[in-house]
Write a protein that binds this ligand. Sequence first.
Ligand SMILES: NC(=O)c1ccc[n+]([C@@H]2O[C@H](COP(=O)([O-])OP(=O)(O)OC[C@H]3O[C@@H](n4cnc5c(N)ncnc54)[C@H](OP(=O)(O)O)[C@@H]3O)[C@@H](O)[C@H]2O)c1
Length: 234
Amino acid sequence: MSRSVLVSGGSRGIGLATAQRLQSQGHRVAVLSRKGDGAEGLLGIACDLRDPAAITAAVAQAAAAHGPVEVLVSNAGVSIDRLLLRLDDEELLEQVETNLLAAVRLTKAVAGGMARGRWGRLVYVGSVVAATGSAGQTAYATSKAGLVGLARSVARELASRNVTANVVTPGAIDTDMTAALPEARREAIAAAVPLARFGSAEEVAAVVAFLVGEEAAYVTGAVLPVDGGLGMGH
Ligand SMILES: NC(=O)c1ccc[n+]([C@@H]2O[C@H](COP(=O)([O-])OP(=O)(O)OC[C@H]3O[C@@H](n4cnc5c(N)ncnc54)[C@H](OP(=O)(O)O)[C@@H]3O)[C@@H](O)[C@H]2O)c1
């Protein structure tokens, strides 16, 4: 069945791979990014996720084109590596607003339609560091940990409407976000991963697609790692 899908941060990386996978399954997919880039077959919508009014407008635009949003993949994120003592307030705000507050606002904007339609899927892209902690990523890990509370609360609020809410927690994935790391740091990270390599955006997209599908109808409030074993035990 073709669904109306909205993916935040769908211009590249994990969001783009997820959007393309869901589009190839026959869904109608809109993607949000600051410039509004949309790869072939995707509806690109410009939306700075730090702006609440832009979020409301973007959800309305997606719904006008594809029908009320039935699947939200809240994926957009930024990471600014900086020890807490050196982190300035704007860097803190950028990460919390983009990674966490935008996810809450997007959820609020789509939840009514999902409840009315008696079907919905909310998938949040978190991070392994929310559970393990990470030096230099205090604000980032804090924002990602918040997604778990968000998902589990809306999982309870919307369960009677047949809406599920889950978090996928990637480990080290090959995208622009990790390409910026020095080679020695990338090697050290890969060495800490039991599967001894970075994952691909497509490997995360496959797990998101599972959660979106009918097969995952009885999965809600779950935190599903896609991390090569990096976060095992947390
Ligand atoms: N890569 C990893 O190793 C890794 C590990 C764990 C978790 N994650 C999480 O996975 C998600 C995707 O990461 P990625 O590696 O694919 O990152 P990426 O390649 O850097 O892509 C980030 C996406 O977020 C969008 N974005 C950022 N700020 C935005 C804003 N203010 N408004 C609208 N869109 C914004 C970007 O769009 P534009 O820049 O085009 O506007 C882009 O589409 C993130 O939440 C990240 O924290 C990644």
